[in-house]
Design a binder for this molecule. Structure first.
Ligand code: ZN
Length: 415
């Protein structure tokens, strides 16, 4: 079907980009910096010769549009920005696979595909500089919290609005980018898996079901400080003992949830000295699940357990929500097409949720039917210079993602 798709082309371009912008510590494409602008400039050169309309939207996202017979749009997304010392594939694999797919579609349909095809390079997916990820896509979806974002500063004290001004973006207008989604009929995103699931299954590709919802809380147990020598064991109100019981409990909660994960990421004690029973112990709990009801159940079970352990230890417990985001399930029909595309390319497929958030989560939240495809990550690691994928798997993912794009175009036409 594809008259000219050349997956080797994508691999070669990824290597070019690595040589141009990366250094011995990894990818250096932090958003709103000179190297990011250079990477974007390089990207524009890559599409010269294609009959594309190219512009930056109000949030600094770059859109490459191949107009079709219908105004309905197939969107393909990725991000050229990286974390400092990042991997060579995160974000730009999606973009460069998208470029190769545009070339194929342009040649197969002689410059006029049945539906309009748009590639978007989202601005600042990583949030590496200002600590807030998904900037461009959340501005576009309308979910960006303007008050919070207005106050964000980098480590040198430069505010996000000032950094944006430097690249020609007016912070107060960023949500105008939402109009880009006007005729969006489907959104596709390819990404390197940022975990080891496909690696452990020895599979090159997977269809992504959606991104996890997250509940993030601080749990504080309140006991009583007492001398470590003079206080008998049976008279203690030990806040640490109650908190510590939460650790094995969250593993049981996660196991019962069928697919969820729980993490106690930090623990601090007061007074925090070697000669005192712990008066106050604060732990943080991060819970994630793809299903809203299951996530709520995990949270309730953790609350119930904390009450039980507090009672057993004669201490009190309080909870404080730090952050929360709802699960963002992807479109069932597009997941099925993604499955098909992978099966036709390499025989076997696995469906998996995404723990990390991606721009796709924002596009899905804006109501656009969305799906993602993951390619296996060697070492199961990303945001690290050792991030890597076998070259044969890179070629397979471009082929499968192209098949998905073709199927999605047909799907849009039938709608
Ligand atoms: Zn990414």
């Amino acid at each position: 079907m594809s008259t000219s798709l050349n997956p080797k082309h994508t691999v070669a371009e990824l290597k070019q980009l690595r040589a141009l912008i990366g250094d011995e510590n990894g990818a250096q494409r932090v958003a709103f910096t000179k190297t990011w602008l250079a990477a974007r400039e390089w990207l524009r050169k890559k599409v010269e010769g294609l009959p594309l309309e190219i512009h930056n939207d109000a949030a600094g996202n770059t859109w490459f549009t191949l107009p079709g017979q219908s105004e309905k749009c197939l969107l393909i997304g990725g991000h050229m920005d990286s974390v400092p010392n990042g991997g060579w594939l995160d974000g730009c694999l999606n973009v460069l696979a998208g470029v190769e797919i545009l070339r194929r579609i342009n040649s197969q349909y002689h410059g006029k595909p049945p539906v309009t095809v748009r590639l978007v390079d989202w601005a600042d997916e990583e949030g590496a500089r200002f600590g807030k990820s998904l900037f461009g896509s959340s501005a576009c979806s309308g979910n960006l919290d303007m008050n919070e974002a207005r106050g964000l500063k980098d480590k040198d004290g430069i505010t996000l609005p000032d950094a944006l001004k430097n690249v020609g973006v007016d912070f107060e207008r960023v949500k105008d980018s939402g109009k880009e989604l006007k005729n969006a009929a489907a959104y596709l995103e390819l990404h390197i898996e940022q975990g080891p699931v496909l690696l452990d299954l020895d599979l090159p590709l997977g269809a992504v079901l959606g991104t996890f919802g997250v509940e993030r809380h601080a749990i504080t147990f309140h006991g009583q400080a007492a001398h470590s020598g003079s206080t008998p064991m049976n008279r203690r109100k030990d806040a640490f003992l109650a908190a510590a019981k939460m650790s094995p409990e969250i593993y049981r909660i996660a196991e019962r949830s069928h697919g969820g994960v729980c993490t106690i990421g930090s623990c601090t004690t007061k007074p925090g000295i070697v000669t005192s029973v712990v008066a106050e112990c604060r732990i943080t709990l991060d819970q994630r699940h793809l299903d809203t009801a299951a996530l709520a159940k995990m949270l309730q079970e953790a609350k119930d357990a904390s009450e039980k352990f507090a009672k057993e230890g004669n201490v009190k417990v309080s909870w404080e929500r730090l952050w929360q985001i709802a699960p963002r399930p992807f479109n069932d029909e597009l997941i099925a097409l993604c499955d098909e595309a992978i099966r036709e390319t390499c025989g076997k497929v696995h469906r998996l949720p995404s723990g990390p958030l991606h721009d796709a989560a924002e596009v899905a939240a804006a109501g656009v039917p969305t799906v993602m495809m993951f390619v296996q990550s060697l070492h199961g690691i990303s945001h690290n210079k050792i991030e890597d994928t076998k070259e044969e798997h890179l070629e397979l993912c471009v082929t499968a993602f192209d098949k998905l794009a073709e199927k999605a175009m047909k799907w849009i036409q039938q709608k």
